[in-house]
Design a protein around this ligand. Structure first.
Ligand code: HEM
Length: 484
């Protein structure tokens, strides 16, 4: 017994000495031995809990998960100082076990250094080429809307959960971009892929992931969903590899049909270059990243849009009236219409602000010692930018917790920007798909409002509750989508 007691006291003392808050480090709540602040994390409302702690410890404070120190940033000034002013020191991603198992440090989202630089630059230029260059995705998005509208119409205004339909539509735009083709909504292979994504993302946002990332050595030996997630991503990669093989079979270097074609060309061009990172493994991971980052995000935003429109019918009618007068019914919307639809544009921005779908962005990591908010943060500390604290900051918005398109309109009713609008984050790791997401949201939302009206099933009230996962999504709901 006394030996056991000695061992326990020894471990706790060792943990205390080894894991003390470093000198000059931001303050934070007291941490338990071994597990640190793991129980301070509220997986059901993480960003709100982190905002509560900011009221006690200030905008920059620290938490310890297992052996790893993290710094949480709150408010516009602290996040700007970190991600923009000190952008170079904050550009890395931490090596989290669950994400490392999948990416192996490849691709764009979780890579660092030369791999990240090359893969991000290439992805940005290819998205620009397909998004806004000669091969614009505009007609592709509008065509996908036509399929989506057909599917929505088939429910004849009866209550429907729009999740799967919208997910399919948005994922199809990424499919077009990377594979050069779409899938029918009923396609069994596509359905399976969507379900795999959903399952893996749910596990990645669960307490299991938190435990695995904090105690990876121990958890690797135990069974659990963290083991399943590896198998799921490996199935998804097989799916991408099949598409890649198909592309290689009928590849014509003079034609750039999609992202994979462009990438195959890049592999050829860079073959002999020093420090080249373009290869098939990186290609597969980049495609996976575009799916992960580009599907759930935009589709969750649209699902919030439906709820906000049902909750505020007067705003919905005002949007429809603006679209009716500027576009009418005889043609589809186009990106050039945006300048003439300031109210609709303001409503989309307010949906993105209130929807707050990526409240904690993605984790960053310091790659050298850095001064922040008067504190010293050593190299290798995990940084959590609480974007929600900026999107709902009382200092930045007239009525932060109210859905108010006026946040983006001036006195003359013209669209106006607000620097604190950062749902896509800021600095060097700023969302790579921001322009594509804005294009998808504008074209889809405007087309939907042009043809449909959204209301709750009789007798039901709109509930704006969220479910915190990889994105902050509305809890599953049914809605009536009626042809106008
Ligand atoms: C990263 C938001 C749509 C691709 C991010 C980040 C946020 C974000 C907050 C993390 C930035 C950081 O680490 O500081 C959103 C929102 C979207 C959206 C709100 C839609 C409403 C898209 C789309 C794509 C995309 C459509 C691609 C087609 C990416 C990628 C990254 C990223 C690849 C990682 C960038 C890097 O690590 O360098 N996004 N995103 N996103 N996003 Fe988006």
């Amino acid at each position: 017994k006394s030996l056991l007691l000695f061992v326990v006291i020894f471990i706790i003392t060792l943990d205390y000495v080894k894991n003390r808050r470093p000198a000059g480090f931001p303050p934070g709540p007291g941490a338990l031995p071994i597990v640190g602040n793991i129980f301070t994390w509220d997986q059901n409302r993480p960003h709100e809990r982190l905002m509560e702690l900011a009221r006690i410890y200030g905008d920059v404070y620290s938490l310890r998960f297992g052996q790893k120190w993290s710094v949480v940033l709150n408010g516009f000034e602290a996040i700007k100082e970190a991600l923009v002013t000190n952008g170079d020191s904050m550009v890395d991603r931490p090596a989290l076990a669950m994400q490392q198992d999948v990416s192996g440090g490849l691709g764009v989202i979780m890579s660092n250094g030369n791999i990240w630089k090359q893969q991000r630059r290439f992805a940005l230029s290819t998205l620009k080429y397909f998004g806004f260059g000669k091969k614009s995705l505009e007609p592709i998005i509008l065509d996908e809307f036509t399929h989506c509208a057909e599917e929505l119409r088939s429910h004849k205004g009866k209550p429907v959960n729009p999740h799967l339909i919208i997910n399919n539509a948005v994922s199809n735009i990424i499919c077009h971009l990377v594979f050069g083709h779409r899938f029918e909504y009923g396609d069994a292979k596509f359905r399976k892929l969507m379900l795999l994504f959903d399952k893996a993302l749910q596990i990645e946002a669960s307490t299991w992931a938190q435990l695995y990332n904090s105690f990876s050595l121990l958890m690797r030996l135990l069974p659990g969903p963290h083991q399943t997630v590896k198998r799921i991503w490996s199935d998804v990669k097989d799916f991408i590899r099949e598409e890649l093989d198909q592309h290689k079979k009928n590849w014509d270097p003079s034609e750039r049909r999609d992202y994979i074609d462009c990438y195959l060309q890049e592999i050829q061009t860079n073959k002999e270059q020093d420090g080249n990172t373009f290869d098939e493994e990186n290609l597969i991971m980049c495609v996976l990243d575009l799916f992960v980052a580009g599907s759930e995000t935009t589709s969750t935003t649209l699902r919030w849009a439906f709820l906000y429109m049902a909750k505020y019918p007067e705003i919905q009618e005002k949007v429809q009236a603006e679209i009716d007068s500027v576009i009418g019914l005889s043609r589809q919307p186009c990106m050039e219409d945006r300048a003439n639809l300031p109210y609709t544009d303001a409503v989309i921005h307010e949906i993105l602000r209130m929807g707050n779908i990526a409240p904690l962005a993605l984790p960053h990591s310091t790659n050298k010692e850095v001064q922040l908010g008067g504190y010293t943060i050593p190299k290798g500390v995990l940084i959590i930018p609480n974007l929600a604290s900026v999107l709902f900051d009382k200092k930045e918005w007239e009525s932060p917790s109210t859905f108010n398109p006026g946040h983006f309109l001036n006195d003359e009713g013209k669209f106006t920007r607000n620097a604190a609008f950062i749902p896509f984050s800021a600095g060097k790791r700023l969302c790579l798909g921001e322009n594509l997401a804005r294009m998808e949201l504008f074209l889809f939302f405007t087309s939907l409002m042009q043809h449909f009206s959204f209301s709750m099933p009789a007798g039901l009230k709109v509930v704006m509750d969220y479910r915190a996962g990889v994105t902050l999504a509305p809890k599953p709901y049914e809605i009536c989508i009626k042809q106008r």
